[in-house]
Write a protein that binds this ligand. Structure first.
Ligand code: FCB
Length: 457
């Protein structure tokens, strides 16, 4: 460092006015939602009429032969879990109403389950915690799956009927709904990799009918929720929760890696929300998939963009080619392989800021961060992850992106799909032998952000 450079640095470090332009603290909007997120199958336990329950019986389906069983026992601990949220200053809760509980057989509604969720919603509202309700979080009723799932021609009506029931009977005042959680993760896992229900491994081109059925079902549920709200002269905001990742070329100056990253970004991140914006599903990955289809009633069916953000991917074109042929190697750093391995997710908060800005440029919609978190039993990584990601959200808001909520995944440790109970995503630790909950230090950190509604840069 030359003496001249050193002098300039010292000048800026000592000069109070040099920092004056940037306040040290960013304040969140007045009605910002500090939220924790969960999903029914992962926390409630005994989700016996679902396709996942059936799937878990297969030897080797879940790591170490585990089963969701009682999960985190939340079905019988609703008040206790709401008290945990309250204790950390949360004013919103993202959870799913499990379709297979409410409608265990086609057309048969279980009144006791409806009552269970009604009570849950009432308790949340009484605690001043705004519900953000997911209608489908990876798990379907077994009967629905046996009918052909999203490819069944009756799927849109069945899903819309369920949506209508949830809004009219379970949560007649709820303002925020997510129809589908992570459509791309759900479809790639269930129909391309085939390692989760409905385990229908097929060439990527053949995911088209599933995606189309799912989009039609989303559109039908969107319309049903809007209709119900209109009937009761209330408001409802409907969208989806998209798993968005930052795709970057592994070899920065390599044009093939760059192009591959762009192609994957377009297909993985944007094809689905673009379809909701334009009414047209367009997805192209050379030699893998090419879809271009107009879908009736789909256009304009998102009132906000829901973003689940965890990590970034460095894309090596060769690895993607191997994956295309169905032979990915973990050492490739292939993104589909990593997608399903939360233990390998790098903490990259700048990626969240970038994605938020990019998403707002594309859609000009309000944004809800519907998931963000890290698998960390020690909680040491989580404290840093939480702070740096909330800072990234604050920077995006500061630059004009209308982010309305931050949901941390997750309120408590839970059943992490094919990985079973190994991963630990909770602000609260769960002791699976007693189902007791205990706050991790990150819970206190979350509370500071939520109660101060601000963060230091
Ligand atoms: C997301 C899922 C959520 C949880 C987290 C870790 O992809 O939506 O259920 O598994 O990852």
């Amino acid at each position: 460092m030359t003496i001249e450079v050193a002098r300039i640095l010292v000048f800026f470090a000592l000069n109070p006015f040099a920092h004056a332009a940037k306040p040290k603290t960013i304040v969140f909007p007045k009605d910002f939602k500090w939220c924790t997120a969960t999903a029914g199958h992962q926390i409630e336990g005994n989700n016996v009429h679902s396709d996942w329950w059936e799937f878990e019986k297969q030897p080797g389906a879940i790591s170490g032969g585990q089963k969701s069983g009682l999960a985190a026992g939340s079905y019988t601990r609703v008040s206790e879990d709401i008290a945990l949220m309250k204790s950390i200053g949360a004013n919103s809760y993202r959870f799913s109403v499990e379709w297979s509980r409410v409608e265990p057989k086609e057309g048969v509604i279980d009144a006791a389950e409806v009552k269970h969720y009604q009570d849950q919603v009432l308790q949340l509202e009484a605690a001043g915690i705004e519900p953000l309700i997911t209608l489908h979080h990876f798990v379907s009723p077994l009967w629905f799956r046996n009918k052909g799932g999203w490819e069944w021609e009756g799927a849109p009506k069945a899903f819309a009927d369920f949506a209508r029931l949830v809004r009219s009977k379970i949560a007649p005042k709820a303002r925020f709904f997510i129809t589908i959680n992570e459509p791309m993760v759900h479809i790639m896992g269930g129909y391309f990799l085939g390692n989760v229900p409905p385990q229908e491994k097929r060439p990527m081109q053949d995911i088209a009918p599933v995606l189309i059925g799912l989009l039609k079902s989303h559109a039908a549920a969107y319309a049903a929720l809007k209709e119900e709200a209109k009937k009761s002269k209330t408001e409802v905001q409907v969208g989806t929760a998209n798993h968005l990742r930052l795709f970057q070329a592994k070899r920065k100056l390599n044009p093939v890696d760059q192009l591959t990253a762009q192609i994957l970004e377009d297909a993985w991140n944007w094809a689905f929300p673009n379809a909701l914006k334009t009414g047209r599903l367009k997805m192209k990955i050379p030699q893998m998939v090419s879809i271009d289809v107009e879908i009736q009633g789909l256009r304009g069916t998102q009132d906000y963009l829901g973003i689940n953000y965890y990590t970034r991917d460095r894309i090596h074109s060769g690895a993607v080619m191997r994956a295309a042929k169905g032979k990915p190697k973990p050492s490739d750093g292939d993104f589909l392989e990593r997608m399903y391995s939360p233990a390998n997710w790098e903490s990259y908060p700048d990626g969240l800021e970038k994605i938020l800005k990019q998403a707002y440029r594309k859609y000009s919609l309000p944004i809800l961060i519907t998931e963000n978190g890290v698998d960390d039993a020690t909680d040491l990584k989580r404290q840093d992850y939480l702070r740096t990601h909330v800072q990234a959200v604050a920077r995006a808001i500061d630059s004009g992106v209308p982010v309305q909520s931050y949901c941390h995944w997750s309120l408590l440790d839970n059943f992490e799909w094919i990985h079973g109970f190994g991963p630990r995503f909770g602000l609260f630790e769960v002791d699976y032998s007693t189902l007791n909950r205990r706050a991790r230090p990150s819970a206190e950190l979350f509370k500071n952000f939520a109660t101060q509604n601000s963060i230091r840069r």
